[in-house]
Design a protein around this ligand. Sequence first.
Ligand SMILES: Cc1cc2nc3c(=O)[nH]c(=O)nc-3n(C[C@H](O)[C@H](O)[C@H](O)COP(=O)(O)O)c2cc1C
Length: 135
Amino acid sequence: MILQLSYISTARPTLILADVENILAASRRRNQADAITGLLVFDGKRFLQVLEGDEAKVEQTYQRIAADERHRAIVRLSERRIAAAEFGHWAMASHIVGPVLGDGNVVAQVDAMTADLPDANLRETLRGFARVRGG
Ligand SMILES: Cc1cc2nc3c(=O)[nH]c(=O)nc-3n(C[C@H](O)[C@H](O)[C@H](O)COP(=O)(O)O)c2cc1C
């Protein structure tokens, strides 16, 4: 079984684009090594992330992320055990986090990326985030 969890958090006010790029680079590298897939949405102020993979690896990763001082007010939104990864096909060359940077088109991008998601609750959570935060 795969653990899939999602959380929302708030970026530290001092966060700059270079920080986000560093986060993405570290996430890609580490998640690839851990066979973790998922999605990271950043709207310029808040993060929404979905992580899925081996249960222990996902929990370890989440604990590292939760301790990261570049964001705060982390709230776990959902947690599911699923038979197959739902976000794996988004990674193009490898299984990495598919990033969406806050470029003003968050709603359209999240809509497109969630179109094939089998779980309606998670799909609506992600789309709702994009609409409230990004729209
Ligand atoms: C919003 C946010 C999302 C993150 N997502 C991931 C992630 O998916 N995978 C990961 O390994 N680290 C992620 N990180 C980074 C971790 O908090 C931590 O810095 C990193 O895993 C440590 O890597 P290192 O020990 O190789 O320096 C994230 C950090 C933030 C602030």
